[in-house]
Design a protein. Structure first.
Length: 380
């Protein structure tokens, strides 16, 4: 069994940022365990294959977001400060021009006057993976373990024992003073065995906290140029026909042109269709909305988060229309009240489910642990 002071379960933005905060405070004795083979969690970007001259894992190239894509510096100031400190370029979402609306099958799409969000929606150069990549590069990579799914947490008198399982089935044990859960509450409650069990009220809260965007899927199509702008279109569309219900321009300034859309069909319907069928329906819809040029993208991607076992549970298969309310991030009874803190985005008081929520929840969790551990450190 390996001993560490802090164990972070989850390598999305919240987990990575918590590790960075610990390092900045001189705390190097931690381990970050991520179940996937890659870091990032619900932040994922794909590159244009035509421009790949280097490994697509490099987040310095143009990235098209398959997960979280936007943030709003106007009211998400903490996230904005982090982006600035990491020196990541940002740009406004393109919204100039008219939008297209599809209301009924068999009717021609309607062109309507577009609108601009205020404050503006912002994107990051290189995709949102530029953010997780920038944080990752500041961390001690020896402290990060991918392909390690935490299956069991057992609070003993001396520590919390974590059991993580690799793809080969091999189990590794860790002994940690404190655990930060950087994974959605519902996923943690379902996939991790807690010994002793969590207080029932807390477990019920976590089960009832929907994982934001876990039921959704995105389609991205890449083109040689943003031809829809020549028609005075913003690239935005709304459709009651589908398969995509909400569409936006995903182009990179001075880079590749692209459109993306959120699927409007439920996860259960998507699961019964092949990727080729879904792509064909998406291309046909883009052609209806933006003209025949849209039927032949240079490249295309689908990311279905509902089929990601380390994102979605069975309860997350139905869409959630509202951001979840933050549940309790800590237990109020021994032994978990001093040993376990939830820091994923859903635990954010202000921005649950948002990228900004991951930064806020991680900051609050680390700050609370440091404040509570200081008296123990002075008395030890």
């Amino acid at each position: 069994m390996q001993t560490v002071r802090i164990a972070i379960v989850g390598g999305g933005l919240a987990g990575l940022y918590a590790a960075l905060l610990l390092q900045e405070r001189g705390i190097q004795d931690y381990v970050l365990l991520e179940a996937r083979d890659v870091l990032g969690g619900r932040i994922a970007s794909s590159a244009d294959p035509a421009h790949l001259t280097i490994d697509c894992a490099d987040d310095s190239i143009d990235g098209f977001d398959l997960g979280a894509a936007w943030f709003w510096p106007g009211f998400q100031q903490q996230l904005d400060r982090v982006v600035r400190e990491l020196a990541i370029d940002r740009f406004e979402q393109f919204e100039t021009g008219d939008i297209i609306v599809e209301r009924f099958p068999g009717e021609q799409p309607i062109r309507m006057r577009g609108y601009v969000n205020s404050p503006p929606s912002m994107r990051l150069a290189g995709g949102m993976s530029a953010l997780t990549g920038a944080v990752r590069r500041r961390l001690d990579t020896r402290r990060i373990m991918t392909g390690q799914a935490v299956r069991r947490l057992c609070a003993t008198g001396a520590c919390v024992e974590l059991n993580s399982q690799g793809a080969d089935g091999r189990v590794t044990s860790w002994c940690a003073e404190h655990v930060f859960l950087a994974m959605p509450p519902r996923l943690a409650e379902e996939r991790i065995e807690f010994l002793p069990g969590l207080p029932e009220r807390l477990a019920r809260q976590w089960r009832g906290t929907a994982t934001w965007m876990a039921s959704h899927a995105k389609y991205v199509a890449i083109y040689d140029r943003p031809f829809w702008r020549d028609q005075g279109l913003s690239g935005a569309a709304r459709s009651a026909i589908g398969p995509l219900s909400e569409i936006h321009d995903a182009s990179i300034p001075s880079g590749s042109a692209a459109l993306f859309g959120f699927f409007g069909m439920p996860a259960t319907v998507r699961r019964n269709s092949s990727a080729d069928e879904l792509r064909a329906h998406c291309r046909a819809q883009f052609a209806r909305l933006f003209g025949p040029q849209a039927a032949t993208p240079r490249a295309e991607f689908i990311k279905d988060w509902a089929q990601e076992p380390y994102t979605a549970t069975a309860a997350d298969q139905q869409p959630t229309r509202h951001h979840p309310s933050a549940s309790s991030a800590t237990a109020d009874t021994h032994p978990w009240n001093t040993r376990l803190t939830g820091i994923a985005s859903e635990w954010s008081p202000q921005f649950p489910g948002y990228i900004a929520g991951a930064i806020e929840a991680a900051s609050l969790g680390v700050a609370a642990w440091i404040a509570s551990s200081a008296p123990r450190a002075r008395n030890s």
